[in-house]
Design a protein around this ligand. Structure first.
Ligand code: HEC
Length: 106
């Protein structure tokens, strides 16, 4: 393999890797935003398990309400422990919406 070919392959690999990151799903967005430090899919940690959140709000249209809650943080729904605010520099509106929709389907 000559040098130019190797460089082209490297450029492709980098482009491919960053395209993969941009197309990441809600689980990756939540990992990146730090949600998973307090939440898991099926066990209560600091915050409620996603499956418990899904069960609590089953059949209700709560995406906007829970987006707002996750943005601003707060306590009192599940107990006295507060959720910290999650500002847009941690998770974008689009990723947060996808995350809440994902949680509600858990
Ligand atoms: C510092 C720990 C912590 C982090 C980080 C965190 N949460 Fe929470 N989360 C909590 C706690 C504690 C509660 C329960 C709050 C309550 O009782 O009102 C909660 C509740 C929730 C709820 C249910 C809210 C309700 O009113 O029923 C959703 C949805 C949620 N979190 C999503 C997220 C998402 C998405 C992220 C990341 C962007 C995130 N959380 C990051 C601790 C955290």
């Amino acid at each position: 393999m000559n040098k130019r070919h190797a460089a082209t392959l490297t450029a492709c690999a980098i482009a491919f890797a960053s395209a993969g990151a941009a197309a990441a799903g809600p689980e990756d967005a939540m990992n990146a935003a730090g949600c998973m430090a307090c939440h898991t899919k099926d066990k209560k940690l600091v915050g409620p398990a996603f499956k418990d959140i899904a069960a609590k709000y089953k059949g209700q249209d709560v995406v906007a309400k829970l987006m707002d809650k996750a943005r601003k943080g707060g306590s009192g729904v599940w107990g006295p422990v507060p959720m910290a605010p999650n500002p847009p520099n941690k998770i974008s509106d689009a990723d947060l919406k996808a995350a809440i929709e994902y949680i509600l389907k858990s």
